[in-house]
Design a protein around this ligand. Structure first.
Ligand code: ITT
Length: 200
């Protein structure tokens, strides 16, 4: 079985590979194709965008495609940046720009009200007629300042209380045990294993 990761985000690719590489499938990424599309996220929900990306990459490659759409929902901001997480500080911004804006927006918000969650929706488009969707959620708090700058995206400002660490302070192995993406990927593994067993 071949599976294309329907993303242009190399940080996501590392985390996805980490939980899929041991399966007897060939994982392909944007690096294996010329002119891999950057699918425009025109949806208003994570589900819509995840489906858009999975279908577009299936159409482009003709192979089963796995998409990930992720958003950070901050309660004190009524769920923002949510589905717009990659563009929170504007178009073509860096992870740091987004993090700085978030910290600024939350100035004066006390610790107990800084609750937030990452939500990840993954869609596998198997063929023209068949898609499956799973999701994963990780609950935490937004830190008061930027922490360790490893990790990616909002990892340096997302504190995971059970682990007593920022996501940016975790290894990929550690993050995948508790993160939105890791939890969704566990379900993806089950879908893949079921498929593999059916094809035997
Ligand atoms: P693709 O659409 O090509 O997959 P993207 O970066 O545009 O890549 P999303 O729209 O799903 O992907 O991501 C929204 C943003 O949320 C992303 O750019 C990061 O800033 C952030 N993000 C996603 N997953 C994250 C994670 O595990 N930790 C921290 N930030 C994350």
């Amino acid at each position: 079985m071949q599976l294309v990761l329907a993303t242009n985000n190399q940080d996501k690719i590392k985390e996805m590979r980490n939980l899929l590489d041991d399966l007897p499938i060939t994982i392909m990424t944007c690096d294996d194709f010329l002119e891999f599309p950057d699918v425009e996220e025109t949806g208003t929900t994570l589900e819509e965008n995840s489906l858009l990306k999975a279908k577009a990459i299936f159409d482009f490659t003709g192979l089963p495609a796995l998409a990930d759409d992720t958003g950070l929902e901050v309660d004190a901001l009524d769920g923002a940046p949510g589905v717009y997480s990659s563009r929170y500080a504007g178009e073509d911004v860096t992870y740091e720009d987004n993090n700085k804006k978030l910290i600024t927006e939350l100035t004066d918000v006390p610790q107990e009200k800084r609750t937030a969650r990452f939500r990840c929706v993954m869609t596998i488009c198997w063929d023209e007629n068949s898609v499956e969707t799973v999701d994963g959620v990780a609950e935490g708090f937004i830190a008061e300042s930027l922490g360790e700058t490893k990790g990616f995206g909002y990892d340096p400002v997302f504190y995971h209380p059970q682990s007593q660490k920022l996501f940016s302070e975790m290894t990929i192995d550690e993050k995948n045990v508790v993160s939105h993406r890791g939890l969704a990927l566990q379900e993806v593994r089950t879908l893949l294993i079921n498929r593999l067993n059916k094809n035997v």
